[in-house]
Design a protein. Structure first.
Length: 184
């Protein structure tokens, strides 16, 4: 599936667009805003966040370099979540109108988008399964089946993504480090 994602991103790279730098904790867009752009992450980390009635955030996407942010917005009139930079980030902004027009006229491009969206559905199903797991260790194992552990400076964002406290994640990572050292 990585080849599918790369093919789609390669095709999107041919679209005119501009680079936008975003500071940590700054929004890329807000829930309810009209969808005018499609974004790919070039550098950094962008979370797609939905806030609960009590203000608690739920991370629904963790977009890293080489990934699209809120790809479902391609078919929406307004954004259904907030997108927030978790680290200093660089994103590429494309006209959603131009992408939609190409979808209508270019069958191979449309197929690439459909394949990408199918891959994202799979990832979201795994993420949903992770959220149903009770133990931090099980959540971390399942998450790492999709991608490698991020660098130390991004562990707080990973805790948010797993819906666990930072302290619980750090304890689990510490246990794993000790077990690894004992074996090695």
């Amino acid at each position: 599936m990585i080849a599918i994602m790369s093919a789609l991103l390669d095709q999107l790279a041919a679209f005119p667009g501009d680079l936008v730098r975003i500071d940590p904790n700054q929004p890329l867009f807000r829930r309810g805003e009209a969808v005018r752009h499609l974004f790919t992450v070039v550098e950094g980390l962008v979370h797609l966040v939905r806030f609960q009635d009590d203000g608690a955030p739920t991370v629904v996407q963790r977009a890293q370099p080489g990934e699209l942010v809120a790809e479902a917005s391609l078919f929406a009139h307004s954004y259904h979540c907030d997108a927030v930079a978790m680290t200093e980030s660089l994103v590429r902004r494309l006209s959603v109108g131009e992408v939609r027009e190409r979808l209508e006229k270019d069958a191979p491009f449309a197929r690439g988008c459909a394949e990408h969206l199918a891959h994202e559905v799979h990832r979201m199903r795994v993420r949903s399964e992770i959220m149903g797991m009770k133990r931090v260790s099980a959540r971390l194992d399942a998450w790492m089946s999709l991608r490698p552990l991020p660098p130390k400076g991004q562990w707080g964002a990973l805790a948010d993504d797993l819906s666990v406290t930072r302290e619980a994640l750090y304890r689990e990572l510490g246990r794993r480090r000790k077990r690894s050292a004992a074996r090695g």
